[in-house]
Design a protein around this ligand. Structure first.
Ligand code: 8YV
Length: 313
């Protein structure tokens, strides 16, 4: 008998086909009444397969009394209720490492795009304005003072890429990385923001990091400062960010993640000092294939009774 798996969100066809071959998949995301679906089907579920931004909340976990595993397609597992899992010995896996380089690539691209106004300049050409005037001057990338908030795998990868731009790099993390003397450690996020022109948010989200980029950090970045968020929306106080962007008290923001995505706050769309992306930092064919493979390898290892490849708990 194949194990019953609850699939929370859609996945590429190249993952759905092998997943369906190995498991009896219940397509939660297609249910019209998801609560009723869980009530009716939850009893049989042994694993939940979910995406980073969708996770698995307590109600979902509680509806599955036989649940053994939650496997996340993504490095971030902040949307999974880890306490509910721990209370019942439910294992959780994610897909770290395979997406680090793509997320860092996009972050650096977002910085270049924001400072050099790539989307504004491209729209200028496309809309036929070039015939009548030149596009306005922008701000250079190389030589800037850059801060990285969260020096984990992705933060370090961003920092390594930026060394080619001759930036002055500082970072804030739980503690200094003694093997990284080329980067300056700053213990406090507000102090870091006060020292830099561009601040990358690359920190794993948790209840403790909620709104770590709040009014204090945003004010410290100031009217010429830029914020790049490739982590989770919850790390940034979105209302404070929107207020500052509207008042031009912050120079600009490049964002790949939003509260309530994909339904973003309409205030963002009225701004010309933002780059808005659809949570696509890991969204390359190569990386998504590797993420899907790792997710399925974790599920297969679990049901074969083998050690999990990338356990979170
Ligand atoms: C998403 C992510 O999982 O890795 C993460 O934490 O948020 C992303 O990779 C991806 O967009 C698939 O939904």
């Amino acid at each position: 008998m194949k194990p019953v798996v609850l699939q929370v969100g859609s996945l590429p066809e190249w993952d759905e086909t092998p997943l369906n071959a190995g498991c009896d998949v219940l397509r939660y995301f297609e249910a019209e009444d998801q609560r009723a679906f869980l009530r009716e089907q939850g009893a049989a579920v042994r694993a939940i397969v979910t995406r980073g931004e969708l996770g698995a909340d307590k109600a979902m976990i509680d509806a599955c009394p036989q649940l053994e595993l939650v496997s996340v397609y993504g490095v971030g597992f902040d949307a999974v209720d880890l306490d509910a899992c721990a209370a019942r010995g439910i294992r959780v896996t994610n897909t770290p490492d395979v997406l680090t380089e793509d997320v860092a690539d996009l972050g650096v691209g977002m910085m270049i795009s924001l400072l050099r106004e790539l989307d504004g300049a491209a729209a200028w050409v496309r809309d036929g304005h070039w015939q009548s005037s030149n596009y306005r001057l922008t701000s250079r990338v190389h030589g800037k003072r850059v801060g990285v908030l969260g020096m984990g795998r992705i933060g370090q990868c961003v920092a390594r890429r930026l060394s080619g731009f001759d930036v002055q790099l500082s970072y804030c993390d739980m503690a200094a990385h003694p093997d990284r003397e080329e980067w300056q450690f700053v213990a406090d996020p507000v102090a870091l923001a006060a020292e830099v022109d561009v601040l990358f948010v690359t920190l794993a989200a948790s209840a403790a990091t909620r709104h770590i980029v709040g009014r204090g950090v945003i004010d410290a970045l100031g009217e010429h400062g830029c914020l790049i968020n490739i982590s989770r929306a919850s790390n940034v106080d979105e209302d404070a960010l929107l207020d500052a962007l509207e008042a031009r008290a912050l120079g600009g923001a490049a964002l790949d993640v939003f509260e309530g995505e994909p339904h973003i706050n309409p205030r963002f769309r009225a701004l010309d000092n933002v780059l808005l992306l659809p949570h696509c930092a890991s969204g390359t064919v190569e990386t998504r294939r590797a993420m899907g493979q790792l997710l399925r390898d974790n599920v297969a290892a679990h049901f074969r009774g083998e050690p999990l490849l990338t356990p979170v708990n």
